[in-house]
Design a binder for this molecule. Structure first.
Ligand SMILES: Nc1ncnc2c1ncn2[C@@H]1O[C@H](COP(=O)(O)OP(=O)(O)O)[C@@H](O)[C@H]1O
Ligand SMILES: [Mg+2]
Length: 263
């Protein structure tokens, strides 16, 4: 097999520190975080609550400015909110008065994309995420998993090269979550977008990611970046039962557990 050419950097986080000033105190949310994410890579971020995971995603989106260091998105310094990203949050945040279809098209309408392109992309995404037949349903008629699919479609409509996800499946039951995990894996392969996923689930991180970034307690630092090579990710049960899966989850739990025990 021919060797793939090296892919270029999608997100570069270089020596980033973030301090928040509040009335009561200054909080150091992140301390000297450096990580490079390649184009098309899937990277998860795990770490204790309050260690700065959401802040890290907001930095990449240009919604928070670093106190020190710099962020580069596809070769350009991030200095203001970026429109060439997709963002999915734990809460689907759909407009209750719009149908599934019109919640998805909203992204294109706000960006003033051509109508025909919005319609074409919306149809493609509805198909890809298994929402066919629900185009005219209202958000309250959908299960939590379906709502997150709509929110994923909306985030992908403009074909963002980088998709940021902040605990997107945190509110779902365990079985729905597993199903969403294998669907997200397939969608990532189809769209070839770079993904940065924040999650509390070590299993989710290992199953989905090519690398997992493990953070320390606040102030968040990078403890370790673990590469993951699972034998057969397209078969969820097989991937989860593999020795590599067991070894990686054990290592991450050790890193997270060891820190909480001593700090
Ligand atoms: N806008 C803000 N102003 C003040 N403090 C903040 C702000 N955003 C986050 N923080 C603080 O920074 C720390 C990291 O927050 P966050 O990134 O949300 O952590 P995580 O997502 O890992 O739980 C927390 O202590 C939080 O209270
Ligand atoms: Mg968070």
């Amino acid at each position: 097999m021919q060797k793939q050419p090296p892919l270029s950097s999608a997100v570069s986080i270089d020596g980033v520190g973030v301090q928040f000033r509040t009335k009561r105190a200054d909080v150091t949310a992140l301390d000297n975080v450096t990580v490079d994410v390649r184009e098309r890579e899937f990277v998860s971020i795990v770490g204790p609550s309050g260690c700065g995971k959401s802040t890290l995603l907001k930095l990449v989106a240009g919604l928070v400015r670093p106190t020190s260091g710099s962020i580069t998105l596809r070769g350009e310094p991030v200095t203001s909110p970026r429109s060439d990203i997709g963002f999915v949050f734990q809460k689907a945040a759909l407009l209750e008065w719009r149908t599934v279809r019109r919640n998805i098209t909203l992204q294109g309408e706000m960006r003033r994309m051509p109508k025909a392109e919005i319609a074409r992309r919306t149809a493609e995404l509805i198909e890809m995420t298994g929402l066919a037949g629900f185009e005219d349903a209202m958000p309250h008629e959908l299960s939590g998993g379906m709502q997150q699919r709509v929110s994923l479609c909306r985030a992908l409509l403009h074909q963002p090269p980088v998709l940021l996800m902040d605990e997107p499946f945190g509110a779902l039951d365990a079985l729905t979550r597993e199903q969403m995990n294998s669907e997200l894996h397939r969608i990532w392969q189809e769209t070839r977008t770079t993904v940065l996923l924040v999650t509390h689930s070590v299993a989710e991180a290992v199953y989905l990611s090519e690398r997992v970034l493990v953070m320390s307690r606040r102030p968040g630092r990078v403890l370790e970046v673990l590469p993951v090579e699972l034998p057969d990710r397209n078969d969820y049960s097989k991937a989860m039962a593999s020795a590599e899966f067991g070894a990686r989850t054990a290592r991450i739990r050790e890193l997270l557990g060891a820190r909480t025990a001593h700090d």
